[in-house]
Design a protein around this ligand. Structure first.
Ligand code: C2E
Ligand code: CA
Ligand code: CA
Ligand code: CA
Length: 280
């Protein structure tokens, strides 16, 4: 609790359980679903806007609920990440993705992929998180170069000094770091130089308004300039139209992700795609 006092803008530990039995029921259900493997990972490519190639994917969790079908992470991650259940859930994601990377490699050994998982503030707060991740990479025999993490500024600000230290350790192992949802919420330009990140992902809100709203354009343009000055590459999130793509290319954005290129899809679909790419 003392830690929160220093961080007035982010109270992730202030969980308001207030005997909210629905939340507790949901957490119990999720816990059971982790044991029963009732989750699935979908993958969405990030397109290199310079050469149209696909080398990187984002892993997005889906809850394959026994009774209710697919449930979006937007409906359960915000709750889970306020509890310690995010630890086993992220561990499930890590194992699932590493197992999939082995399958992807088996289907196209010549391509170099980078697959990013999303982590939450609490994951970085786990004392053994770096060790745990490194050990899984070894166990699954996956090169850390093929693995990345995405996290938001808000996640980082929870304990900035400690988190920068953790990210340094991950980077040292070869793991790439994406700063997610950039521009949304608390923007820590002050820290941008100190955080060892490789990529900034511009929040889809700005991309959505890119072609209609001068302010959004100015913000996106400035983020790209700033990032490049710091040797950081930029991913635009939520690219849905050709008009947005054209503007992004014009202002030198490095990568695009969004429904215009591909929706998140099952690993079977990704494997098919990779087989095709291998034949080319
Ligand atoms: P995010 O990390 O910002 O992921 C991007 C979200 O935007 C995904 O939603 C993706 O499906 C969606 N998206 C991609 N392209 C487009 C587009 O062109 N238009 C629109 N409107 N949306 C697009 P999704 O899969 O529902 O995930 C929602 C959020 O849940 C993620 O946002 C992330 O914060 C969280 N999340 C997902 N998987 C995980 C996970 O394994 N662990 C953690 N901790 N969080 C996760
Ligand atoms: Ca993300
Ligand atoms: Ca998050
Ligand atoms: Ca995002």
């Amino acid at each position: 609790k003392a830690k929160n006092k220093k961080l007035p803008f982010w109270h992730y530990e202030d969980i308001n359980f207030q005997e909210e039995s629905t939340n507790l029921d949901l957490l119990a259900e999720i816990n059971k679903s982790i044991q029963n493997d009732n989750f699935e990972i979908h993958y969405q490519p990030k397109i290199n806007l310079k050469n149209q190639s696909i080398q990187t994917f984002e892993a997005l969790i889906r809850w394959n609920h026994p009774g209710k079908g697919y449930i979006s992470p937007a409906e359960f991650i915000p709750l889970v990440e306020k509890s310690s259940l995010i630890e086993p859930l992220t561990e499930w994601v890590i194992k699932a993705v590493l197992a999939d990377i082995k399958k992807f490699k088996a289907n196209n050994n010549s391509l170099e992929y980078d697959i990013a998982i999303n982590i939450s503030a609490r994951n970085l707060q786990q004392p053994n998180f770096v060790e745990l991740l490194i050990n899984y990479l070894k166990e699954y025999n996956v090169d850390p170069q093929n693995f990345s993490i995405e996290l938001t500024e808000t996640d980082l600000m929870v304990d900035i000094e400690n988190n920068i230290n953790k990210l340094d350790q991950l980077k040292e192992k070869g793991i790439n770091i994406y700063l997610d949802d950039f521009g949304k919420g608390y923007s820590s330009l002050k820290y941008l130089k100190e955080i060892p990140i490789d990529y900034i992902k511009i929040d889809q809100f700005f991309i959505e308004n890119l072609t209609e709203d001068q302010k959004s354009f100015d913000i996106v343009y400035s983020i790209i300039e700033l990032a490049h000055a710091l040797n950081i590459e930029v991913v635009a999130e939520g690219v849905e139209t050709e008009a947005q793509l054209k503007v992004l290319k014009d202002i030198d954005c490095d990568y695009g992700q969004g429904y215009l290129f591909a929706r998140p899809d099952s690993k079977e679909k990704i494997i098919k795609y990779l087989e095709k790419a291998a034949e080319l």
